[in-house]
Design a protein around this ligand. Structure first.
Ligand SMILES: N[C@@H](CCC(=O)N[C@@H](CS)C(=O)NCC(=O)O)C(=O)O
Length: 116
């Protein structure tokens, strides 16, 4: 029914190393930030979590330092519709970028999610 090329695409799209890395990071950590070391919005997000939620560990993946960074960014775009960093997850839920993360802090959503 499906051509071999279609099957190859489907298999790689559902079991790629970048997908596994992303899915395991967000399922195993309360907070995951996909970041780049050169990105000022990422710095603001990381600072928010370290300043306001110092007791909650944050998993940070710096995509510009990882060989699989571009593949991770592509998978995140496919998963969330968001191509930019930072790309933030809390309790496996997609929060968004820095703007939405800052807003979620100011409206109390982050505190509720992190029960602090
Ligand atoms: N409004 C976004 C801005 C994010 C943004 O522009 N990030 C830049 C890096 S500073 C980006 O992802 N550029 C594309 C890329 O690095 O691939 C937010 O609040 O997160």
């Amino acid at each position: 029914m499906f051509s071999p090329a279609y099957r190859m695409f489907t298999v790689s799209a559902t079991s790629s190393p970048s997908m596994k890395l992303v899915e395991s990071a967000i399922s195993q950590n309360q907070i995951t930030v996909f970041s780049k070391t050169t990105c000022p919005f990422c710095t603001a997000t990381k600072r928010l979590f370290s300043d306001k939620f110092p007791d909650v560990p944050v998993k940070i993946l710096e995509l510009d330092l990882l060989e699989e960074g571009p593949a991770i960014q592509s998978y995140l775009a496919q998963k969330t519709g968001q191509r930019t960093v930072p790309n933030v997850f809390v309790n496996s839920q997609h929060i968004g970028g820095n703007d939405t993360t800052q807003a979620a802090y100011h409206n109390g959503k982050l505190s509720t999610m992190l029960k602090t």
